[in-house]
Design a binder for this molecule. Structure first.
Ligand SMILES: [Fe+2]
Length: 394
């Protein structure tokens, strides 16, 4: 029986709604930031959405700097450059603006700029976060421009350790943004591929959190509603990026996924992380490829739960119906059914598969999978995703 004991954490203040980006200056005052560093990615920095946001700061006569040297998967040199910009400009807070990479790097700059130890000392292992000086962490305002990672309501940032090709999670409770401005209007320019990938990441967060073992009924409740929102709104946002209602619901689902996954993630993410690190694939798209294979693999542990979830979402056919609905959703969003569909010209020898399976079983998310992810299981799942065969299919 599940022990009815656990630890719950909740998101921060979220100013949610179309057009609320206009409140940026007010939000800065509320967070006590007088001189922000605006952290975004180089692609976004060139788009009107960034220019119009900076104009709000100009109009309010807020002095600020811009840092946009962020790789799609931030590395230590990006962080070092950001910290140097933060210190040089004597900024007192960060506006993290963008998708997962920009939000994570913005949070990490605010966290790390005042620390004296190397960032790797604060990896999310045991109570390593207590090594940090909490008084040296600058306040953060997070403004997501995608609807997927939910990093705006999270207390961690991910950074790639280049030497080992692994993503490290840096955690501190004060890395949680003081204020989030969740304005769906900012996401209307996202191209369909990114809409699909980020949206499927949000679905993977909700789904893996819901299936993770442990007692966390509030995370479960948040996850279930998040899943319903994705099924009903992601195809609409994909078909018409200007559908503000669908965009708003997806923005909620993304934040809900991140709030829910404090309960745990699972094998979708455990396998997606090494594939992303080795082949530079889109994180959400990679999750989407693995999703039905991992669901089928976990069947015996989650069948009843998924049947309850399906009933809530109006999906007929219990567990099998839910897997079919996931496969249909992927097809509608033009997500490839297999890994070779995602990675052109993919050829994986035994050694490479073994390396990926080794990385998957030690990934921090593996412990949340409802069925133990052994190396044998990881290899089997990898083969399934290469061949496009779901468990039970011949
Ligand atoms: Fe994710």
């Amino acid at each position: 029986m599940t022990k009815l004991v656990s630890k719950w954490n909740y998101p921060t203040t979220v100013r949610f709604g179309a057009g609320r980006i206009k409140e940026l200056a007010d939000a800065l005052a509320e967070a006590g930031i007088k001189r922000p560093l605006f952290v975004t990615d180089p692609g976004l920095a060139k788009l009107p959405v960034a220019a119009s946001t900076l104009k709000i700061l100009d109009t309010a006569k807020v002095p600020y700097g811009v840092f946009s040297d962020v790789k799609p998967n931030p590395v230590e040199s990006n962080l070092a450059a950001g910290i140097s910009a933060f210190r040089k400009g004597k900024y007192d807070g960060v506006i993290a603006f963008g998708g997962g990479s920009a939000l994570d790097l913005g949070k990490l700059i605010a966290f790390q700029a005042g620390q004296t130890r190397p960032v790797w000392d604060f990896e999310d292992i045991g109570d390593w976060w207590t090594r940090a000086n909490p008084d040296a962490i600058a306040p953060i305002i997070a403004i997501p421009t995608t609807a997927g990672t939910g990093s705006e309501v999270g207390r961690a940032g991910v950074i790639t350790h280049e030497a080992s090709h692994t993503k490290k999670v840096i955690f501190h409770p004060k890395m949680l943004p003081a204020i989030v401005i969740a304005d769906p209007q900012l996401t209307t320019g996202m191209p369909p591929f990114i809409t699909a990938g980020t949206g499927m990441d949000a679905l993977a967060h909700c789904l893996e959190a819901y299936c993770a073992p442990g007692y966390h009924p509030m995370a479960d409740g948040i996850a279930v509603e998040g899943i319903r929102l994705v099924f009903e709104n992601l195809p609409r946002a994909f078909a018409n990026g200007k559908d503000l209602t669908a965009r708003a619901h997806m923005m909620s689902a993304a934040a809900m996924g991140a709030a829910a996954f404090q309960k745990g993630l699972g094998a979708i993410h455990s396998l997606s992380h090494p594939i992303g690190a080795l082949y530079d694939t889109h994180h959400g798209m990679t999750n989407a490829v693995f999703m039905p294979y991992v669901l089928s693999f976990n069947r015996e542990a989650i069948e009843d739960k998924i049947a309850r979830l399906s009933a809530y979402c109006g999906i007929k056919g219990g567990f099998d119906g839910f897997v079919r609905a996931v496969v249909k959703l992927r097809r509608d969003l033009k997500v490839p059914h297999t890994l070779p569909g995602l990675i052109k010209g993919l050829e994986m020898d035994k050694k490479r598969k073994s390396l990926i399976a080794d990385m998957a079983v030690v990934d921090p998310t593996a412990g949340g999978n409802p069925v133990k992810l052994t190396k044998k299981a990881a290899l089997m799942l990898l083969d399934s995703a290469i061949e496009g065969k779901l468990a039970g299919e011949s």
